[in-house]
Structures are given as C-alpha cells and as structure tokens.
Design a protein around this ligand. Structure first.
Ligand code: 26W
Length: 843
C-alpha cells in the first residue's frame, strides 16, 4: 500500500457517516463526501485488510458507496410515484444484458468526475477500477441488450417502470479459444455477491406447479376449478436499481431467484428422509441456475418451460401485490378497471407468454373475477413485441408437457382458443376448417404443440415489430390473418440504444468534443447531434473528429494485442463485425471475402489497397455446430494471414474472445466500418448497427432491419449498401436458388471455396474447413451468401476507395454520428408510451 493511500484512508476514517451533508440537502456530492462514503465501506463493509491487490476492495467500496446514494433516490422515487399514482409499465423479459454498472451509474448521476478525483487522492484511477466489475450478462444478444437500454430510457424520462427478469446464478457463458475452437466456461458474475443488489425477502412468493385440477360444480351452475399443485417453488426477488440520466428517477430491475418452498417440500420429505429433502432444494435451485444460451433457437426443454413459468408467475403475482398494496384488493369489482388504468405489461418476445395465463388464473381462481372481466383485463394490460421471423425461434411447447406442468393453465388456454376460433375466426372465415387449423393455438400433428405467439397476438392489444421492414413483414408474412382480423393491432416501434452508455460513457473523447461543439445536452436529446452537419465539411473539425477516432484505435490496438497477441496498426481501416454468431448474420460472407482479399494480395503483392484489420466478436450457442465451425475457420484463416509476411501487414484478422457488453464498449469507439450484412428479411432490426454509426463508423450493409432506416437518415452517400433486397430474396426462393451456379460462374468464389478443402489453413489436416464449403454448396446456402458475394466485394472496393480520400471519409463519419438522433432508445420509449402503454410522467 502506498503512503498516499494510507494517508487518505486515515484522514477519512475518523469521520465516517453514511448520510453526508450534501446528500441530506440534495446537493451534488462533493469530492470529500464521496471519499468519506468510500472510506466508510472500506472500513465497515469490507473490514479493510492490507493486501497486495487493493483494486477489488476499492471497486466494491466505491460501488457500495454509490449504491447508498442510489438507494436513497430509489426510495424517494417510489414515494413520488405512489403519490402521483402514475400508471406503471412492467417489462417482462427473460434476458437483460446490463453490462457493468459502476461507470454508467456515475455518469447518469453526474458523479463521475468527482469520484474520479476522490479516487485519485486515494491513489486509484477510476477507469481502472471500473474494469474490476463483472458484466451482468443475463442475456444472449440483441433482445437482452434492448431491454437494458429501455430501462435506462424509462428512468431517464421519469416513467414509472419495473423490469422483471430472472436472477440467473450463471449468465451467458464465458468464451475462450483453444486451438481456434470455442470453449465455454460458466459465468460467475456474483460469486462473491454483487454490490448493486438488494434482496427483497418481504416480496417473496410461492409458485405452484404440476399436480391436477379438480372441477367442482357450483350452486349457480358454473364450475370452480381447484388446482392441487404437486410442487411449490419459492421466488425470491433481488432488486437492481436503474438510475436515470440527469433525471428524478431510480427504478428497479427485479430479478427472481428460485428456491424450494421450505414449508411445502421440507414437510413432505423431512420425515425420515432429511437428505432427500436437500435434493428438493437443489432441484428447485436449478430453475434459476443458468441462462439458456440459445438465441433464435427453441431448445424445447422442460427446465426452460418451468423457468419461463416460474418467472412469469412471480412477476404477475408481484404486479398484483403492488397494485393491491396501493389501490386495494382486486377482488373488489371497482378496482378491476383501475388495474387496467394503472398497469401495462410488455412481453419481450414470447418467452414470458405464460404470464397471460397466470393473470387469468389469478383473477378467476384466486380473486373470483368472472371469465369475461378477467379476459377484458388481460386484453387491456398486455402488449407483445416480436423480435424475430425465423421459424426455429417461434416458440412451441408440447401439449403433453404443458398438461403435466401446468394443467390449469392449459385448460384456460383451451378456453381462450375455443372462444377465439368460434367467435373471431368463424365471423371472418365461416366454416373454414383450414383457417381454424392455421390460427388455432394448437398445432396438430404427431406431437400436438402450443403456439405461444398465437396466444400473444390474440390477447395483446398491440403487437409490435422492432424496425419498419420487420413490422411490415410481421404483418405480411408472419401474421397476415391476424392483421386481417385486427387491422390496427400490428404496429412498429423501431429499436433504439441509450446514448449514455453507447457514447457518453464509452467514448469520453468524442463526448467531450460534442459537449464543446453542440448546444445543450445531446445525451438527453440526441437529435441535437444534427448540429454537427454544419461541421461535416469543416477541416479543423474533421481533424479533431478523426484524431479522436485514431486515439480510440490506438487504445483498441493495445487491447487486441493483450487479448490475442496480434499486432495491428491503428492506421489501418478497423472493420468490425460484432454480434452473436448465426448463419443469417453471415459472418461467413465476411470470411469468404477476407479469403478473396488474401488471394488477391498473394497474386499481386503490390495491389493498391488500404491496410485493413477485420475484427470479429461473437459467441456461438454451445450446441450450434456450424456456428462453432465458422469461429474455428475464422481463427485458422486469421492465423495464416496474420503470419504471412508476403502481404506486408495489409491484412489482419482478429477474433476477440468473450464478446460481451464491456468489450463492445471498447471496440465500438474505434470502428471505422460497421458490418451489417444479414440476408435481407432475416435481421429484425439490429442495434449494434446504431451503436457503431453513432460512434462514427460507416456501415456496409444490406437493406435489412434498421439498416434501411439508418440509410434513410444518413443518405445514400454515407453508407455502403449491397446485396439482394427482401423482394429479390423472395423471388430467388420462388425461382429456386442454386448456389452451384455462382460457384461455377464466379472463378474467385470457386477458388476460395476449393482452398478450404486443402490443408493450407490447417497444415497437415486437409478438409478440416470443408464443412464451411459444404454449407454453401451441399448445404444449399440457405442464407444466399454466394448470391450476394460479388455485390459485397464490389461495395468493399468502393469503401476502400472512399477511405483513401481522408476528407471525404471524415465527412461520412461525422455525418453518421450527426444523423443517429432517431435511434435514441428514449425515442423508442416515447413511441411505446404514446402508442402502446399510455403512461404519464411521474415527477
Ligand atoms: C427461444 C430461444 C430464443 C432466444 C432469444 C429465440 C429468440 C431469441 C431472441 C428473439 C433473439 C434476439 O435477440 N433477437 C434480436 O432482437 C433484437 C432486439 O429487437 C433485434 O435488434 C435483432 O435483430 C434480433 O435478432
């Protein structure tokens, strides 16, 4: 420990108190206040001990000190929200990709600079300490990160909102590479507890499942259903505060942890079988043990089904309990309609669909509300967001499994289905069995299945897609009959990203430049960035802007060196593709083009070409074989290219391991080029495209998802669009797509693919990369990589030429930053508020 540290610690130690003067007066925290709070936690929470590495202790003490301030604000927010009786939105999502919280919370409370000073006096760099925190990686990709951005915006805009999620013990797996292969290890984000969580024991709930339903005839001729559950789970909520940026509000993200219900299971198993009772505890804990690492693919496992139900039931019970706490019992008929005025529930994809059935059950069986009223409430309260059109991601659960785990819920589902088919469907398509079969919640076949999306669409008052083209396709291709039935139900809310995390916090150099160039707070009103248009041609500004990009590239080069051992030059074009690994996202198109560039360079070492570094970051679902093979092939090809002196460093390829939010925060500020190259019609929106463009990267992309809207904002001159359109992809499918044609006609494609059959990239083991060639040819190339290859390669050539003109490129980069105002998640939230949730601000 340095003298300086001992000294500052001793000084503050004498006057520790958790509530400091400036907090009490609601004034900004001074440096002294912050030091004092940190010292308090070092001494009393941590019981500070002298050890070699003090960073973890200081990170924790700083986080705890900040959390004290945040919790005070959370309490005052709660009081204010209760008094104003503002309607609340409850965001139900199985996934939240929160990333790290320290820097972001400090920025949002405007305490970053003072905390930096306080820690400097103690001998620490705040930026270094922030690196100590684990990412909260409780999600897979886009859907989970979107949920995190939305919570940030809801708090920033002072809306009354609660995020509900699962308190996974292990978030998304950690990824490393061993000889180029992906290896997974468990994520231990809270091995020693997290400083941000508060356990709300008082709000625990019990969740029944399994068992059977008894129907009892009532005196009035109706039947009452009594569910005799075979098992009980306990839901324990952990709250993570969500701090708004420069706002009055701190909301909460409530994450449910599953435990055995002791009263139930201990009693049943305790008699003479103490150890078996422990087994029950362990079994219950598996429900919230781990995040399912699949995106866009439904695993169909019972544990996942139980996880979804457990989560949905805890959340619904909690929503009702919070309502009844504030407004009185729901069984009181006056309060039914009040419930709809005060509560909105948003389903983040179909994963929490069972919440609909659970709310029906709670109202009918527990609160004696009649069917029609219960159904009317559900229809008013629920809305559903669709995030994907891929058929393999559309959830279907086997009826047999449903019946075994949730017999009462299945009975409710059947009744909703019957009413829907007999009333709505029969009215528009009388005597049409084909239509009944198509729209029924039940897919018939050798294994009957429940179509979760159908229940969502029929119940929800609004169903939205996440970018205009995606929403159009939801209407045209996915749910055309539902759109005919209810022409105003299907709508669009284009996704957005929070400019706080994705510019202010992750790119401090650019943020400072924007602060000094733009009037007002651009981080609160991102449209202000359009003022930069006036500077796009200004040479001095161009130089400043590009000098910052260069600084960020130097920082990323160091990170690349330490993560991969590869040396890259910050003078090269940094070309970035960061997202989950999936065939439809076409990392293998990027790879095929890299192979082509490499061939061209070998054929002509003097080839005129800007030096280029291709940077990948992607995790493959552990069971997704082809995705893993694409990672392996990229690593092997990278190895060969990076060590080939003949190409004089004109080409480098790096695959950064363990792509996650905190790594994205380092890559994005340093990117020159953003790869958004999915097959048209397959990427619902994309949000990485927005983050990269906001930080001054120029997009090379297809007319897919939000790329289309980005292109509209920045203009055709400031984006490189290539490839088939949605209509052309459809036409090609109708006509019959044959990848062999491209292989035969295009010599470059043929040479690149044949190269993969040799042992050139995998010395001594010919054919190790043949699976990649096969996925194009014998696999049928379902995502049309070969069809788009030439157009992609041409777009890259145009990009290369554009980059040579420094001023032209600077202008493009600046305009990309300037014109991203639309993609602020605050705008998305205001769209939801206006068109779907009908909230009012609570301040
Ligand atoms: C059942 C397994 C499973 C798990 C996750 C299926 C599907 C998912 C998600 C819907 C996948 C996902 O993250 N989709 C992405 O959502 C983003 C936010 O709207 C969009 O920007 C992406 O385009 C979309 O792929």
């Amino acid at each position: 420990m340095s003298d300086k540290r001992v000294c500052s610690y001793m000084v503050t130690k004498t006057k520790t108190s958790t509530k400091t003067q400036s907090a009490a007066k609601n004034q900004p925290m001074t440096v002294a206040d912050i030091s004092q709070r940190i010292a308090h936690h070092l001494q009393f929470t941590q019981g500070e001990q002298v050890c070699a590495d003090q960073k973890p202790a200081y990170w924790r003490a700083t986080s705890l000190a900040l959390n004290d301030i945040i919790v005070e604000k959370l309490q005052s927010t709660k009081t204010r929200q209760q008094q104003s009786e503002a309607k609340s939105v409850n965001y139900l999502s199985l996934e939240y990709l929160m990333g790290r919280l320290l820097a972001n919370n400090l920025h949002n409370l405007d305490l970053y600079k003072n905390t930096e000073k306080a820690l400097k006096d103690m001998g620490f760099e705040l930026a270094d300490l922030c690196e100590e925190g684990a990412d909260l990686a409780l999600g897979n990709g886009g859907l989970g990160r979107l949920a995190a951005c939305f919570l940030d915006s809801l708090a920033t805009l002072d809306y009354n909102a609660m995020g509900y999620g699962v308190h996974y013990q292990h978030g998304l797996f950690k990824q490393s590479f061993v000889d180029g292969h992906q290896v997974e290890a468990p994520d231990m984000w809270r091995e020693f507890g997290s400083p941000w969580e508060i356990c709300r024991l008082e709000s625990s709930c019990t969740i029944p499942l399994y068992g059977y339903v008894e129907e009892i005839a009532q005196a009035d001729g109706t039947t009452a259903s009594i569910w005799h559950a075979g098992k009980m789970l306990k839901g324990v909520p952990w709250d993570i505060p969500i701090v708004g940026y420069n706002s009055q509000t701190v909301n909460a993200l409530r994450l449910w942890e599953c435990r055995a219900d002791s009263a139930f299971d201990w009693e049943q198993f305790n008699n003479g079988d103490y150890l078996n009772a422990h087994q029950q505890q362990v079994a219950a804990e598996t429900v919230s043990k781990a995040l399912y690492p699949n995106d866009e693919h439904d695993a169909g496992k019972e544990l996942r089904f139980v996880q979804q139900y457990f989560f949905s039931a805890c959340s619904v019970q909690d929503i009702i309990a919070r309502f009844e706490n504030q407004y009185g019992a729901l069984a009181d008929s006056k309060n039914w309609s009040l419930f709809c005025d005060k509560v909105a529930i948003q389903l983040n994809d179909t994963h929490p669909t069972i919440a609909i059935l659970e709310l029906m059950r709670s109202l009918i069986d527990v609160r004696n509300i009649d069917w029609d009223n219960a159904w009317a409430i559900c229809q008013k309260v629920f809305a559903y967001t669709n995030h994907t059109l891929l058929p393999e991601a559309l959830e279907k659960w086997s009826v047999a499994l449903f019946e075994r785990v949730l017999p009462r819920h299945l009975a409710i589902l059947y009744r909703i289905n019957e009413a829907f088919l007999n009333n709505d469907v029969a009215a528009l398509w009388p005597n049409n069995d084909d239509m009944r079969a198509r729209l029924s919640f039940i897919e018939e076949g050798h294994e009957r299945k429940v179509r979760m999306a159908h229940l969502c669409v029929v119940t929800a008052h609004k169903v939205n897609g996440v970018a205009q083209i995606h929403s159009d396709l939801v209407k045209q291709d996915l749910f055309p009959e539902f759109n005919q039935l209810w022409p105003t139900k299907l709508t669009n809310v284009t996704n957005g990203i929070t400019p706080r995390r994705w510019l202010k916090a992750c790119n401090p150099l650019l943020s400072n430049l924007l602060d000094s160039t733009i009037k007002g707070d651009w981080a609160k009103d991102l449209n202000r960035l359009s003022e930069l248009e006036n500077f796009a041609d200004d040479e001095q500004f161009q130089q400043q802007f590009m000098a910052i990009k260069h600084q960020n590239k130097i920082a990323l080069s160091k990170e690349i060196k330490s993560l991969t051992g590869v040396t890259v030059s910050p003078d090269a074009i940094f070309d970035v593709q960061i997202k989950r690994l999936h065939e439809y996202k076409r990392q293998h198109l990027n790879l095929l083009h890299i192979i082509a560039l490499y061939r061209r360079l070998l054929a002509d070492p003097a080839l005129e070409m800007q030096p280029r570094v291709f940077i990948f970051g992607a995790k493959a679902a552990p069971g997704y074989q082809l995705a893993k093979e694409i990672i392996y092939a990229t690593n092997k090809i990278a190895d060969k290219i990076n060590n080939d002196v003949r190409i004089q460093n004109k080409l480098k390829v790096v695959f950064l391991p363990n792509y996650r939010v905190s790594l994205a925060e380092k890559i994005i500020p340093a990117a020159d080029v953003s790869e958004q190259i999915s097959t048209a019609g397959k990427e619902a929106s994309g949000t990485g495209n927005m983050k990269l463009a906001l930080n001054g990267a120029v997009t090379i992309g297809t007319l897919d998802g939000a790329n289309i809207e980005i292109a509209k904002e920045v203009g055709d001159d400031n984006i490189f669009i290539f490839g088939l359109t949605v209509d052309e992809v459809k036409a090609l499918d109708t006509q019959g797509y044959n990848p062999y044609e491209y292989y035969e006609k295009n010599a470059e494609i043929r040479a690149c693919l044949d190269w993969l059959d040799t042992d050139y990239f995998t010395p001594g083991v010919a054919g190790e990369l043949s699976s990649i060639k096969n996925c194009f040819l014998s696999g049928g190339d379902p995502y049309k990589v070969l069809a788009d290859f030439q157009s992609y390669a041409d777009a890259h050539q145009a990009l290369d030429i554009a980059y040579q003109n420094k001023k032209q490129w600077a202008k493009m980069a600046i305009l990309n930053t300037a014109l991203m105002g639309k993609f602020n998640s605050d705008r998305s939230i205001e769209d939801y508020v206006r068109n779907i949730w009908q909230l009012t601000v609570s301040n």
